[in-house]
Design a binder for this molecule. Structure first.
Ligand SMILES: NC(=O)c1ccc[n+]([C@@H]2O[C@H](COP(=O)([O-])OP(=O)(O)OC[C@H]3O[C@@H](n4cnc5c(N)ncnc54)[C@H](OP(=O)(O)O)[C@@H]3O)[C@@H](O)[C@H]2O)c1
Length: 343
């Protein structure tokens, strides 16, 4: 039976998206080997035909191959049906990564993404990680030019601090901020969410299923390959934290059973209940899991149930990322006055 997927306004510049999006990262990267292209194209078409039209990718997924996959999936009249979001800012060369936000890089990254996606315009283009060597005003200046040239429609930030969001928004309106927000990641509620709301910026929670842990618990790791990002770079998946974090999954699972829904639906419903300015982008590589997740839009939660679920994050053990990965907590940029154009 079909689910009616509501549409919401994201930000204050006119972008309208499905209330739930589709994270495409795991189709090509980080969670085991890339999945077969025909199956992923089928899944993307199924999502679009189900009303989930807000697609999330990045040039770093693969790297590059996820954008190529999306480009193929959007052939045959699909492009016009979707809101296409991509990201730039994490440069890859010879197996090394570097965060870059200088104007020439912004432009070349965007032009390369347009080619890989094989589209004239990206609807929502995010700064994936903030380059702490470049004043955000400088990065935004180039993004603003790309908007004026019609290469991108709206600008977003990912893993940006509150002060970076404010400074960027003063250069050109930010339409959406992408951040990790879920039953076990609630630190964004203190400063980032209120800042977005004050400025009329839409909120796009990534990893809303706790990268799958809130869906199936520690079982997730039993079949995970050695190169899986979660085993290597996400401390809350490390052996020493699993016993503790298992309890969070068990509580979600218990409440889901008593409500007659699945743990994934409960976790997503909690995010949906945060407001109409929020469109989470759960990732999946399976049509069955997609069908499970879309039904989260039908799950009602009382204020008491919301409150009960909201306490679970207090007991999580382990960070969201290992310390060498930059996050909004260490992502402020230097003042504009310090910038030398040819530095
Ligand atoms: N801005 C950033 O820095 C950033 C960082 C991370 C992610 N993202 C974006 O956010 C999207 C979502 O995040 P995510 O993929 O990291 O995590 P997620 O959405 O929290 O979880 C995805 C994981 O959950 C599993 N899953 C999904 N639905 C399920 C279900 N109903 N039952 C059982 N398992 C289920 C998936 O496995 P199956 O494939 O087997 O379904 C996958 O392993 C990504 O695709 C990406 O676009 C952005």
């Amino acid at each position: 039976m079909g689910v009616n997927v509501p549409r919401i306004k994201l930000g204050s510049q006119g972008l309208e998206v499905s209330k739930q999006g589709l994270g495409c990262m795991g189709m090509s990267a980080f969670y085991g080997p890339p999945k077969p292209e025909p199956d992923m194209i089928k899944l993307i078409h199924h999502a679009i035909n189900s009303g989930v039209t807000f697609l999330d990718t990045s040039d770093m997924y693969g790297p590059y191959t996820n954008e190529i996959l999306i480009g193929k999936a959007l052939k045959g009249g699909m492009r016009e049906k979707v809101q296409l979001a991509s990201k730039f800012g994490i440069f890859h060369q010879d197996g090394k990564r570097e965060v870059r936000g200088e104007p020439a890089y912004v432009r070349s990254a965007c032009e390369s993404s347009l080619k890989r996606l094989d589209v004239d315009c990206i609807d929502l283009y995010y700064v994936h990680r903030i380059d702490t060597r470049v004043p955000i005003e400088i990065t935004m200046g180039e993004l603003k030019k790309l908007v004026e040239e019609g290469k991108i429609k709206y600008i977003g930030l990912s893993e940006a601090s509150a002060s970076t969001i404010r400074r960027a928004h003063a250069v050109h309106p930010i339409t959406a901020v992408q951040l990790e927000w879920s039953l076990w990641s609630r630190d964004v509620e203190e400063e980032l969410i209120p800042t977005c709301r004050e400025l009329g910026i839409g909120i796009v929670p990534y990893s809303p299923l706790g990268r799958g842990f809130l869906s199936i618990g520690p079982k997730l790791l039993e079949n995970a390959s050695e190169g899986d990002l979660r085993k290597a770079y996400i401390p809350r998946f490390y052996d020493e934290n699993l016993e503790n974090n298992k309890l969070i999954y068990e509580k979600i699972s218990e409440m889901a059973t008593s409500k007659g829904c699945t743990p994934s639906q409960l976790a997503l419903a909690w995010v949906h209940h945060q407001g109409d300015d929020v469109s989470p982008i759960p990732g999946t590589t399976k049509i069955d899991n997609f069908n499970d997740n879309i039904r989260a839009l039908t799950v009602e939660l009382s204020p008491e149930e919301m409150a009960q679920l909201s306490t679970l994050a207090d007991n999580v053990k382990g960070d969201r990322y290992a310390s060498m990965v930059s996050t909004w907590k260490n992502a402020d940029t230097p003042p504009l006055a310090s910038w030398k154009a040819d530095a």
